[in-house]
Design a protein around this ligand. Structure first.
Ligand SMILES: [Zn+2]
Length: 146
């Protein structure tokens, strides 16, 4: 049951009674604030305070549901597209394989064996650095250091 306002005093409304462990009619004894009331179970007579659910207020809603899910999916798809690119680059059998050493000079379109990051693919080579696609991410490494 959803309500935007508290039921008036002396009126009864359906609410969950912990003591009865069931939905029961509760009579409103008094309003304790704009969003809370003292109520009494009509069946067992137990008294409790009832507050309007906070989710009724639209402002300040946390980022849940669709918005949060969308965010999560965009991160996931970005990761998998990187993975696809990596797999595609590494599947090229004709590309030469070299071992990384910061003193050597590398060319692009070369497979690179790095002692820490593993196998990568040199996507771009500049004068002093190379852009390498590794399994987890693209890293910029120095090379041609003399
Ligand atoms: Zn009860």
């Amino acid at each position: 049951m959803t309500m935007n306002t508290l039921p008036p005093v002396a009126k009864s409304f359906f609410a969950f009674c912990k003591k009865c462990d069931a939905d029961r009619y509760h009579v409103v004894l008094a309003h304790t604030s704009a969003t809370a009331a003292k109520i009494k179970c009509e069946i067992c007579g137990s008294q409790k305070s009832y507050s309007l659910p906070k989710s009724q207020t639209r402002a300040g809603k946390p980022l849940t549901g669709v918005a949060a899910k969308k965010r999560e999916e965009s991160v996931k798809s970005r990761k998998s597209s990187h993975r696809n690119e990596y797999d595609m680059l590494m599947s090229n059998e004709t590309v030469p394989m070299v071992t990384y050493n910061m003193k050597s000079k590398f060319n692009k379109n070369t497979k690179l064996q790095h002692p820490k990051f593993g196998m990568g693919f040199i996507k771009d080579a500049m004068n002093d650095k190379i852009e390498v696609v590794f399994e987890d991410e693209v890293r910029s490494l120095i090379h041609n250091r003399v």
